[in-house]
Design a protein around this ligand. Structure first.
Ligand code: PNS
Length: 159
């Protein structure tokens, strides 16, 4: 059985993330969306809130599970034998960071392989940081995030 782990901060999950999840769920038998900590990012939602928001957004995908993990990605990967890491690549801008993360993960754990899916072009401009900024200033983010995420953002409130 093929298992993939899709890690990210997902603060919040965007339609671009959901597109990667949907496509990866067709390639692998089981997909674990892993809400993780990126120490260089200031977050709007807690780890548990982000997990719950994603659970609501992927409930239609039978082979997708959501977990939250406050630790090194490779330590989680080691607990799922044979699992590969899935990442989405938006543009050249993502490449350098993603390339370095893939190498660091393999440095820490020789078996940690990363597979990249290229973004669908309609989502190439969407990022969680821009979604947060647009929302903060009262802009319309309904085309950028799945419906459950929009509701969570509205509950949290903007500026
Ligand atoms: O969505 P992001 O912020 O680009 O995702 C980055 C993330 C959360 C996957 C990365 O920061 C991560 O793997 N965090 C867990 C801690 C870790 O293992 N760090 C070293 C590997 S780069």
């Amino acid at each position: 059985m093929s298992i993939a782990i899709y890690p990210g901060s997902f603060d919040p999950l965007t339609k671009g993330h959901l597109d990667i999840i949907t496509r990866a769920s067709k390639i692998f038998d089981e997909l674990i969306v892993l809400v993780s900590v990126n120490t260089s990012k200031k977050v709007m939602f807690s780890l548990e809130e982000r997990k719950q928001m994603i659970v609501e957004s992927v409930s239609h995908l039978a082979n997708v599970r959501v977990e939250a993990f406050d630790g090194l990605l490779v330590d989680f990967v080691k607990t799922r034998k044979g699992a590969v890491i899935v990442k989405g690549l938006r543009a050249l801008l993502d490449f350098e960071d993603e390339f370095r993360m893939a190498l660091i993960n393999r440095h820490l754990c020789a078996d940690a392989e990363t597979v990249f899916l290229t973004t669908s072009v309609e989502y190439a401009h969407i990022s969680s940081s821009l979604v947060k900024e647009v929302f903060f200033f009262g802009g319309d983010i309904s085309g950028m995030v799945p419906e459950p995420i929009l509701n969570w953002c509205k509950k949290k409130g903007g500026k």
